[in-house]
Design a protein around this ligand. Structure first.
Ligand code: GDP
Length: 424
């Protein structure tokens, strides 16, 4: 059985916690897109970990963790994460890297940094992890698949060509030092020895696992609104964040994907720039930010304060639809317990008309939120694991959101720890 766990919104919905929880009963967890540019926070018996690249099953002994072909693989970052979790006492994770995955190179990080510098006031607010240049190169057929590390002559020629292209940019556009293909080659040979034991034929492995009835989790990074086609382009990421792409980026047949868990928070949060219709500002935002997440709403990768706002039902319904949600997981319900009243954005007013449909970016820029107001519950529900134990107003809030989204909310998370969850 194959399940996907993906985000409905701008990312940071709490997917890491849910994946960590579901990975307990899964044989395999696969990352299928993105790179080390975002993070999952997981808290379990070994401690608290900000994982960027390694799949969230890494802390479960016995779970196979796979880096699928759709990922931007930053080898030193992955090895650092393995080191960090094993240093905390987690048994060495079972890890497999697709022999078709491409390498995030040091020059991608440089290019990302130089380009943001060049754009200055118009910069994207990139995490400068090299993701946009990586995917540009991949689709321009100029990327390096990991299998090339084992074909030295061809790799040398490829690096020569890459440096010719990159140096035109680096020297003449950005006025920086040129790249040296020999230095890059030596670096890659070092990295090759670090990852050699893990590289394998993931497609074959997953085909056999699915046939044998194993449970496979596809783990998405970021969320629907960061997808380059369906999100708030161009303030998106550069890889597809949708479950549909999960099949491609992991290497499984679409017919095998039977459950899509879409994670959303009980309020909205976003890190980085881009449209966010129900955003809060001032002291209301400050308070929600301070109380949000497990230790305030600050980016797992950058430490940047996250933007926060009321639950956006327009964006979330759309976000769940484009993911093909079978289940919705609502996280951070516990955070809302301090509010007398809670607003939910149920429509966008654009040019004097109210719509419930999520629009394209130029219209989204004009959208003003239309709110419904619900009563708060003024109770601490942190750690509650039974639906019946929730106050009536909290149940009412969850049911209201479920009705707005149009898909069953089958799990409600009431705290950052693994088992702080209500299964409905
Ligand atoms: P991801 O990228 O979707 O995995 O999300 P992050 O891990 O970056 O952000 C979610 C934050 O919320 C983390 O700090 C989690 O520990 C925290 N979190 C997850 N679920 C809950 C919850 O139900 N309640 C609270 N208070 N925090 C949660």
């Amino acid at each position: 059985m194959v399940k996907a766990i993906v985000g409905a919104n701008w990312g940071d919905e709490g997917k890491g916690k849910v994946t960590d929880l579901l990975s307990e009963t899964s044989d395999i967890v696969v990352r299928f897109q993105g790179g080390a540019n975002a993070g999952h926070t997981i808290i379990n018996d070994y401690g608290k970990f900000a994982l960027h690249l390694i799949p969230s099953g890494a802390c479960n002994p016995g779970t196979m963790n796979i880096i699928g072909s759709g990922v931007a693989l930053d080898i030193p970052e992955l090895m650092e994460e393995v080191k960090a979790i094993t240093a905390a006492g987690v048994p060495a994770p079972k890890l497999m890297i697709s022999d078709r995955v491409q390498l995030l190179m040091p020059y991608h990080i440089l290019q990302d940094t130089y380009e943001e510098e060049r754009l200055a006031g118009n910069a994207f607010g990139s995490t400068k992890s090299g993701i946009a240049p990586f995917y540009s190169d991949k689709y321009a057929k100029n990327g390096i698949q990991i299998n090339e590390l084992f074909d030295e002559d061809s790799l040398k020629a490829h690096l020569q060509n890459i440096c010719t292209l990159k140096n035109a940019l680096f020297v003449h556009l950005y006025h920086k030092d040129p790249l040296d293909p020999d230095v890059l080659f030596a670096q890659l040979m070092e990295w090759r020895e670090m990852i050699r034991p893990y590289v394998g034929n993931v497609h074959q492995y997953l085909k056999e696992a699915v046939a044998a009835g194993k449970t496979v989790l596809l783990e998405g990074q970021l969320g629907s609104l960061k997808d380059p086609d369906y999100g708030i382009y161009p303030m998106t990421t550069s890889s597809h964040t949708l479950a549909g792409f999960g099949c491609v980026g992991a290497g499984i047949a679409p017919k095998d994907l039977s459950q899509v868990y879409v994670v959303t928070k009980a309020y909205s949060s976003a890190v980085g720039a881009g449209e966010f219709v129900s955003e809060l500002f001032g002291s209301e935002a400050e308070e929600l930010r301070r109380r949000g997440g497990d230790a305030g709403e600050y980016g797992a990768k950058t430490g940047r304060p996250r933007r926060v706002g009321w639950f956006d039902a327009v964006a979330t319904r759309y976000g769940c639809e484009v993911q093909g949600a079978t289940d919705v997981v609502l996280t951070c319900l516990d955070v809302m317990g301090y509010l007398d009243e809670i607003k939910v954005c149920v429509g966008y007013e654009i040019d004097g008309e109210v719509t419930r449909d999520f629009p394209v970016t130029p219209l989204l820029k004009k959208a003003k939120p239309v709110y419904a107001t619900l009563p708060g519950w003024k109770t601490d529900v942190r750690g509650i694991t039974s639906w019946d134990a929730l106050p009536a107003e909290a149940k009412g809030y969850v049911e209201y959101l479920q009705n707005e989204i149009g898909c069953p909310i089958t799990m409600v998370s009431t705290g950052p720890k693994r088992h702080e969850i209500i299964m409905r």
